[in-house]
Write a protein that binds this ligand. Structure first.
Ligand code: SF4
Ligand code: SF4
Length: 153
């Protein structure tokens, strides 16, 4: 279900390029409009669709996601704090869903450069970078040795 861009709506802002986890949204250097350079690599994550301020991106609903051949439109409205989904079936029926935006504000996530370099001990630890502090917990939940059963057949 790869994305495609309505060229007449796109203004070339590049938000879709910045957010795509697959790095497949690019700006055409001649026309200054975004396009999907590798549809087969699209995760169908809808991040670019939600991020586009011009509502210029849509997805083709392949049968894994839209088995009835229906269209799926997604709209992220910052001022209302919602993401709404509109499913339109071929017989004219519609289903509408709305959920709150749960992501952090645009540009508020620190980059790796904003953190101190990991210590030698941290590199040898089984914890991921900035765990457990970044999770706002004192320690990661894990089984203690006395909670394990030895010799279970
Ligand atoms: Fe990239 Fe996701 Fe958009 Fe596909 S749906 S082009 S993976 S951001
Ligand atoms: Fe075009 Fe939307 Fe991508 Fe901006 S986010 S470049 S308007 S498709």
């Amino acid at each position: 279900m790869p994305t495609f861009v309505y060229m007449t709506r796109c203004d070339g802002c590049g938000h879709c390029v910045d957010i795509c986890p697959s790095d497949i949204m690019h700006i055409d250097t001649t026309h200054r409009r975004a396009f999907n350079i590798e549809p087969n690599m699209c995760w169908e994550c809808y991040s670019c669709v939600k991020a586009c301020p011009q509502n210029a991106i849509d997805c083709r609903g392949y049968s894994d996601f839209a088995p009835m051949g229906h269209s799926v439109r997604v709209l992220r409205e910052e001022e209302k704090g919602t993401v709404s989904w509109k499913l339109k079936f071929r017989d004219g029926r519609e289903k509408n869903f709305e959920s709150p935006i749960r992501t952090t504000p645009w540009g508020s996530i620190k980059s790796a450069d904003d953190y101190a370099a990991p210590t030698k001990e941290a590199l040898q630890s089984q914890e991921l970078a900035h765990e457990p502090d970044a999770l706002n917990i004192d320690e990661l939940p894990a089984l203690k040795p006395d909670q394990l059963k030895l010799g279970v057949v």
